[in-house]
Design a protein around this ligand. Structure first.
Ligand code: RNT
Ligand code: ZN
Length: 416
């Protein structure tokens, strides 16, 4: 009841600046966010037992209750999704194959993911995919698809080709385009002599990976750049220039990860820029704290700016919003819920803005009004719209979701 009263006031307030909050709520409900499965078990996966996370990424913390099996992970994801309005996608990594077969990455087939597909179908979720080019002996040299060793290179090319077939299968089965993200940790700890050859090898290898056309209705490929990784501080093969140039010249997506640039470089500025030159864009919304630390995303200025970049320029249909964080120091279901709900909040804030009016003011050169209005709109009653959005979509309002996560922790997670 309180929620409805608050909403009535907010609706009237936003109507004064020409915003139809009912329409905004409807729109937000239909924006799919791709939730990363790897938050649920600290990027372990189920394909290989006792293998250390490699590739210059790291999870820290040992909060109890992580998922040890695919069934546990699916249960945790179901719990998280039950606390998040709308129907979303799950982003799977290849190491999350759910099979009893002993199978290596280069031999993976759609059948090894059948249980995920059945579950997604049953629940109306979409699936995205990621080849796993790390945490594997073939990645021990620090190089995968750009390795100078042909055997190593070919192994990863095969894995990536297999991954696209799995993605195509997801797209066909679920009737939703699967986004496949290609990220390679390849790089040098110390200063290299030859900065070209590894990139040339990566370019040629990727061309092999993408040689077979796949209907874009089923699968879209994204290439994720990075500035550096732990142990690859001096040189990263898949740099930003490499990935942007590759994607634009090959009609692929760039994948922009918020933690993969220099600390003051923001992906919010890159979103509309890259989309001038590519059809689609994949995001890994993350939160770097001093480095690519992959903290849970909070409702900070950059998250709001990311949402504004997408909404203001009408790029929702071409921007595939995926999340990428993995915090092992807090309840993992809560981490998902906090991140997903924050992404939605940021989108809601952006949707509640009278963009056309602000753009006109800017074109007229009235920068005083631009600043004044942007600041005033920040204290409009967005929270009341958010609460109502949650209520009409049947998910907990405000912090009530936390009680459910705590109960799940007591009943399920703590018994693992
Ligand atoms: C690593 C990349 C990559 C991974 C996931 C697990 O820096 O961001 O996207 O986080 O594939
Ligand atoms: Zn990422």
């Amino acid at each position: 009841m309180k929620t409805l009263e608050g909403y009535k006031y907010a609706k009237a307030k936003y109507a004064e600046i020409g915003i139809d909050t009912d329409a905004v709520i409807e729109k937000l409900k239909n924006i799919k966010i791709s939730m990363q499965c790897w938050q649920g078990d600290d990027v372990n996966g189920f394909l290989f037992k006792d293998i250390a996370l490699s590739g210059g990424i790291q999870t820290t913390g040992n909060y109890p209750g992580k998922a040890n099996t695919a069934d546990e992970l699916r249960a945790d994801i179901d719990k998280a999704f039950s606390l998040i309005a709308g129907k979303h996608k799950l982003s799977l990594h290849a190491i999350y194959a759910d099979t009893d077969e002993k199978v290596d990455l280069d031999e993976l087939e759609p059948k090894h993911f059948q249980k995920w597909v059945d579950w997604a179908k049953e629940n109306g979720y979409g699936l995205d995919f990621n080849p796993t080019c790390f945490s594997h002996p073939m990645a021990d040299s620090g190089f995968t698809i750009s390795s100078a060793d042909e055997k190593v290179r070919n192994f990863w090319i095969k894995h990536c080709i297999a991954s696209r077939k799995i993605a195509e299968y997801f797209g066909k089965e679920l009737g939703q385009t699967c986004c496949t993200n290609f990220w390679f940790p390849d790089g040098y700890k110390d200063i290299p002599v030859d900065r070209e050859a590894p990139r040339r090898r990566m370019m040629t290898a990727l061309d092999e990976v993408f040689a077979e056309p796949i209907d874009e209705k089923y699968n879209l490929d994204g290439i994720e750049s990075k500035v550096f990784g732990i142990g690859a501080e001096s040189y990263t093969v898949g740099s930003n220039e490499f990935c942007v140039a590759y994607a634009t010249s090959r009609n692929k997506m760039c994948t922009l990860d918020a933690g993969h640039f220099h600390p003051t470089e923001m992906i919010s500025d890159k979103i509309p820029t890259v989309l001038l030159f590519t059809n689609d864009l994949l995001l890994h919304v993350s939160r770097p704290v001093r480095w690519d630390s992959d903290h849970v995303i909070i409702l900070d200025d950059e998250l709001c700016a990311i949402a504004q970049s997408i909404v203001r320029n009408d790029l929702l249909d071409r921007t595939h919003i995926g999340l990428d964080f993995f915090d092992a120091s807090i309840n993992r279901v809560a981490a998902w819920v906090i991140g997903m709900r924050n992404m939605q909040k940021a989108l809601l804030k952006a949707l509640l803005e009278p963009t056309a009016e602000l753009q006109n003011i800017e074109l007229e050169g009235d920068y005083t009004s631009r600043l004044a209005l942007l600041e005033e709109y920040k204290s409009y009653p967005f929270g009341a719209v958010w609460d109502y959005f949650c209520e009409v979509n049947g998910v907990p309002v405000g912090e009530d979701w936390l009680k459910e996560v705590k109960a799940y922790e007591n009943e399920v997670l703590s018994k693992r």
